[in-house]
Design a protein around this ligand. Structure first.
Ligand code: RP5
Length: 174
């Protein structure tokens, strides 16, 4: 494998290790789609210098999309977007006190000129899928893998409905 083959295409970054359980869903999804990624814990508030270095050099390292998850005041996705021209997908994390609404507003309410795409609370899997779709714009093999993924989802729902029709809801739920 060449050095280029090891270059991460997606940078997954989170504000704390307390975010890892949710943000690992993004890594799982990228692995399923065969997309190289880097997984980092970097706090915008507690170590802004590290974030400036990481986000500022992400594009030069070959990263093409950033998935940034944070809870509470959740400055991380917005600061990533301020530090790079790469697209940034923010994942508001539900955390402890306000069910994630604090992070939703922090991540969603970016000022004009500094966009961050925001997925659902704890929506790390969808953030990874959205990142994959961005990458697939210039990668036909990845585009085919995404189509396969959609087909598999369709088959799963069809199978569930067939089971429901066959067994009825009581046995389905038993
Ligand atoms: C945010 O503060 C992190 O993204 C995390 O969701 C939250 C709490 O961090 P810890 O106190 O658990 O490290 O910056």
């Amino acid at each position: 494998m060449t050095k280029a083959d090891n270059t991460p295409l997606v940078g997954i970054v989170m504000g704390s290790d307390s975010d890892l359980k949710v943000m690992s869903k993004a890594a799982d999804m990228l692995e399923e789609l065969g997309i190289r990624y880097e997984l980092r814990i970097i706090s915008a508030h507690r170590e802004p210098d590290v974030l400036v270095e990481w986000a500022g050099s992400a594009q030069d390292k070959g990263i093409r999309v950033i998935v940034a998850g944070a809870g509470m005041a959740a400055a991380l996705p917005g600061m990533c977007a301020a530090l790079t021209v790469l697209p940034v997908i923010g994942v508001p994390l539900s955390g402890k006190n306000l069910d994630g609404m604090d992070a939703v507003f922090s991540i969603m309410q970016m000022p004009p000129g500094i966009p961050v795409a925001t997925v659902a609370i704890d929506g790390a899997k969808n953030a990874a899928l959205l990142a994959a779709k961005m990458l697939a714009l210039s990668d036909s093999e990845l585009s085919a893998r995404l189509k396969d993924y959609s087909s598999r989802q369709r088959e799963q729902v069809l199978a569930k409905d067939a089971k429901l029709q066959e067994k009825g809801y009581k046995e389905y739920l038993a």
